[in-house]
Design a protein around this ligand. Structure first.
Ligand code: PMP
Length: 397
């Protein structure tokens, strides 16, 4: 039965972590991850999460099935976070939200749902993008195209290229857009450029699908929601996948959501009914714990404030590491201009390191990064940053 099964390639990120774990060097550094670490190099357990969890555990609730689309207190908290508590769309009942298994699950449920609309159109992802985007949409049966995004010269967005690509796509192409903190490049488009993207999506009748995996990691909850708010104002129907893996440090709980903006309350009812079929035939209904934590935090003014403070600390620490790395590279004698690292946003930076340089870092110093040169700035800390800067300076020569 399995004689002809081929060995699949390892996932580039999880595969790299396996190599890192096997490395015996005490001062090894893993910058290949997609996880925020504290200054002590640990995955944080947020105080807001601990408090919420304590109150949930104290209740000793039974674990019956929850609704297919997840619990209402969670889904409405997600909507408020994405669209703003005063959103006209929410008031008009035009947004459907379903709890999903992390941002990944939300993308997949969304992809399956769009596929069932039988539009016979492709999906387009940024070049480059988070490697799972392609896999998710291909697995859902889409042809996957790419739109130009990163400019290797400026280390920012090649916006002209992006516009040209978007304009070339056929009607009903699903366009996957990073709402903020682009993974892997850290380069985001500006508010003015979002307006242009929206105009193209409207004119060409593209289907916008915003992937919001890092809300709060660039400038703040509200500020990072700008793309969602602008699309909400545009009057278009669109999709948002969101995740609490990073912002709540709840990676393993798999807690995310898919939100769909429709044209009317009636459309919402019909869309939700179909969404439930997608979910029911996939994993039936979502898990209880992660969503209960997030709902408890977001629906309590006191815990929400605590969470926002903790999120701000994570954001500020990443920014300090960005600044620190740029300064330390200069101090280590690097002549090239690395100031772009400070401008990039979120957990990642496309460092410009070549695959050979990344390989040398791994071999000579036990510093792990992706062969594309993506480094996770959120894995730098005051204990490893000097070593990282000196090693990077050495391989750059
Ligand atoms: N989208 C992007 C752009 C991501 O970087 C990630 C996580 N690396 C996800 C979605 C999925 O996150 P989750 O762990 O919540 O599935």
């Amino acid at each position: 039965l399995f004689a002809s099964v081929q060995l699949a390639p390892k996932d580039p990120i999880f595969g790299l972590t396996e190599a890192y774990v096997a490395d015996q060097r005490a001062d090894k550094v893993n910058l290949g991850v997609g996880v925020y670490y504290t200054d002590e190099g640990k995955v944080p357990l947020l105080k807001a999460v601990i408090k919420a969890e304590e109150s949930i555990v104290a209740k000793r609730s039974p674990r019956g099935y929850i609704p297919i689309e997840g619990p209402n207190p969670y889904n409405s908290a997600v909507q408020n976070l994405l669209f703003g508590a005063e959103s006209e769309l929410i008031k008009a009942g035009r947004v459907v939200t379903a709890e999903c298994l992390g941002g990944t699950g939300a993308l997949r449920v969304g992809a399956d749902f769009i596929k069932r609309l039988n539009l016979n159109a492709p999906c387009a992802i940024s070049n480059p993008t988070w490697e799972n985007h392609r896999g998710i949409f291909e697995s859902a049966g889409f042809e996957v195209l790419e739109y130009a995004y990163f400019d290797g010269e400026t280390r920012g967005v090649n916006f002209d290229g992006m516009v040209k690509s978007l304009e070339s796509f056929p009607q009903f192409t699903t366009v996957l857009l990073h709402a903020c903190c682009h993974n892997p490049t850290g380069a985001d488009i500006t508010e003015a450029q979002w307006h242009q993207v929206i105009a193209i999506c409207k004119e060409k009748q593209l289907i916008p699908f915003l992937d919001m995996a890092y809300q709060g990691f660039a400038d703040g909850i509200e500020q990072d929601g700008i793309a969602v708010r602008l699309f909400a104002d545009s009057g278009m129907s669109f999709f948002v996948s969101s995740s609490f893996s990073k912002s709540f440090s709840l990676y393993g709980e798999r807690v995310g959501a898919l939100s769909i903006v429709t044209q009317s309350k009636d459309e919402c009812t019909r869309v939700l009914s179909q969404l439930k079929r997608v979910i029911r035939t996939n994993y039936s209904n979502p898990p209880t714990h992660g969503a209960a934590i997030v709902a408890a935090v977001l629906n309590s003014p006191e815990l929400r404030q605590l969470w926002e403070d903790e999120l701000a600390q994570m954001r500020d620490r990443i920014k300090a590491m960005r600044q620190g790395l740029v300064q330390k590279l200069v101090a280590a004698g690097v002549k090239q201009d690395f100031a772009f690292i400070e401008k990039q946003r979120g957990m990642f930076s496309y460092s410009g390191l070549t695959a050979e340089q990344v390989e040398r870092l791994q071999k000579e110093d036990g510093i792990y990064a992706l062969s594309t040169g993506r480094i996770c700035v959120a894995a730098l800390n005051t204990h490893n940053i000097d070593k990282a800067a000196v090693a990077i300076a050495r391989v750059l020569v």
